[in-house]
Write a protein that binds this ligand. Structure first.
Ligand SMILES: [Zn+2]
Length: 238
């Protein structure tokens, strides 16, 4: 299993229950974070290089909490992620090295979240971060036609990496889920892993997540008759 996300805390928020469950079941779950999260602060005095170092450590601690086999954070600046050959090469390299059956990422077509008919002032809408959309697009392009075709990033073959075809892609943060993964019993672990991203849950943010994430998981759980679930748009590639 390989999870590919834009920011250090994205995997936990969107798919943490699923990743924790797979790890508990004995599967090797790897995480590739495409930016270093160095703009994840509203404090203008915060040193961005120092924040990147902090977030790398938080990613390790959160990964340990989820039971991940390994995590890697690229040195791309937060907010500047591009679906470039350089970024795709890193994802392809991870796929060819880890040889995952499933790649988990986020839905690049999801621009808007919230109620499409929201004309009241009772609830808020929001739209998806560009790094999230770009991470999903780059992950898909790396899966196909990248990782499985020897003519893409052929220099990696000389390093001993062979082409690898991924069987399934699971896209979280989607408006078009076609699969709900039962994560009953793993919500606490998801929240504990998220809490390891201390720089991101200062103030009352952890309380916000502790309300929102279980409520969201309960809504998804109702679709399949379990207490907690996470929704994905699953692509079965063969
Ligand atoms: Zn994010």
């Amino acid at each position: 299993m390989l999870a590919v996300f834009g920011h250090p805390d994205d995997a936990e928020i969107s798919s943490g229950g699923t990743l924790a469950r797979w790890a508990r079941e004995g599967r090797a779950v790897h995480l590739l974070v495409l930016t270093n999260g160095d703009r994840g602060s509203e404090d203008p005095a915060r040193d961005r290089a120092e924040l990147a170092r902090v977030r790398r450590k938080e990613t390790e601690a959160a990964g340990d909490m989820l039971g991940l086999a390994a995590s890697q954070v690229l040195d791309v600046h937060d907010g500047e992620l591009e679906n470039s050959p350089v970024v795709r090469a890193e994802i392809v390299r991870a796929i060819r090295r880890i040889r995952p059956a499933i790649v988990v990422s986020c839905d690049p077509t999801a621009w808007f979240f919230g109620n499409p008919n929201n004309s009241s002032n009772q609830s808020y809408d929001y739209f998806n971060h560009a790094d999230h959309r770009t991470a999903g697009a780059a992950a898909l392009d790396a899966v196909f036609p990248g990782a499985g075709n020897p003519h893409f990033f052929a220099e990696q073959l000389a390093e001993g990496l062979q082409p690898w075809k991924v069987s399934e892609v699971w896209l979280g943060w989607t408006n078009e889920p076609n699969h709900y993964q039962d994560v009953t019993g793993f919500i606490d672990l998801k929240l504990k892993a998220l809490a390891e991203h201390r720089s991101q849950v200062e103030g009352n943010m952890l309380g916000f997540f502790e309300q929102w994430l279980p409520a969201e998981a309960e809504e998804s759980g109702k679709k399949i008759g379990v207490l907690h679930a996470e929704g994905f748009r699953v692509l079965r590639l063969g």
